[in-house]
Design a binder for this molecule. Structure first.
Ligand SMILES: C[S@@+](CC[C@H](N)C(=O)[O-])C[C@H]1O[C@@H](n2cnc3c(N)ncnc32)[C@H](O)[C@@H]1O
Length: 172
C-alpha cells in the first residue's frame, strides 16, 4: 500500500490546509445535548472525527454517550495526547485514534461524522460528504455546508457561542 500520509512533506501540507483548532468543550457539550434532545443519538452508534486533534470529541462521545468513536489524525503529537487520555479514562474499548488521511478514509458505515472543515477544504471534502450513508449525521463547526445542500434531508443550526456556530445535517 502507498502510505503517502506517512511522508513529512504531505503532513505539513495537509496541516497547513487544515490546521489544529480545537472545539471548545462547552461547544462539544451543546452539540451532544442537542443531539440527545432531538433523539439523534443512541448508545453504540459509530462516530468518526475527521481530524480529531487531541481527541476531545471522540473521548467525550464515548465517555458520556457510550458511542463507538474513531478519530483520524495526522499529527503524531496530538495522536499521543489523545491515546494517553483514552488510556487514562479507560475508554480503549470504545474509543480509538488512528493515523490516517481524513480525505481518503472509508466512512460509509459511520452514523455521526464530526468535522471541523474550513471553506477552503470544501473541494477536497466533497467525496467525503458523498460517502456518508443515508440517514448519517454530519456536523461541521463554524462554517455551513450549504454548498452540498442537494445531499441533505434536514439541516439545523445549533446555537453555541457566537464564534462557534455549529451546523448539523442529515443525509438524504
Ligand atoms: C480544525 S482541527 C479539529 C480538531 C478536533 N476535531 C476538534 O474539533 O477539537 C483539524 C485537525 O485535522 C488534522 N488534519 C489535517 N489534515 C488532516 C488529514 N489529511 N488527515 C487527518 N487529519 C488531518 C489537523 O492536524 C488538526 O488536528
Amino acid at each position: 500500500m502507498n502510505e503517502y500520509w506517512k511522508k513529512e512533506s504531505w503532513k505539513i501540507n495537509t496541516q497547513e490546509a487544515l490546521p489544529y483548532l480545537p472545539t471548545p468543550i462547552t461547544v462539544i457539550e451543546s452539540i451532544f445535548k442537542f443531539l440527545y434532545a432531538k433523539g439523534l443519538i443512541k448508545k453504540g452508534q459509530r462516530l468518526v472525527d475527521l481530524g480529531a486533534g487531541d481527541g476531545r470529541v471522540i473521548i467525550y462521545a464515548s465517555e458520556f454517550y457510550s458511542l463507538i468513536s474513531l478519530g483520524l489524525e495526522i499529527n503524531e503529537n496530538l495522536i499521543k495526547t489523545a491515546e494517553s487520555e483514552i488510556k487514562r479514562k479507560n475508554l480503549s474499548d470504545l474509543c480509538k485514534i488512528k493515523e490516517d488521511d481524513l480525505f481518503n478514509y472509508d466512512i460509509s458505515e459511520m452514523d455521526i461524522i464530526y468535522c471541523f472543515f474550513l471553506p477552503s477544504n470544501y473541494t477536497y471534502c466533497s467525496h467525503v460528504i458523498k460517502m456518508v450513508k443515508s440517514g448519517g449525521i454530519v456536523i461541521n463547526i463554524r462554517w455551513d455546508l450549504k454548498k452540498f445542500k442537494k445531499y441533505w434531508r434536514k439541516s439545523f443550526k445549533i446555537k453555541t457561542d457566537e464564534h462557534f456556530p455549529v451546523y448539523l445535517y442529515i443525509k438524504k
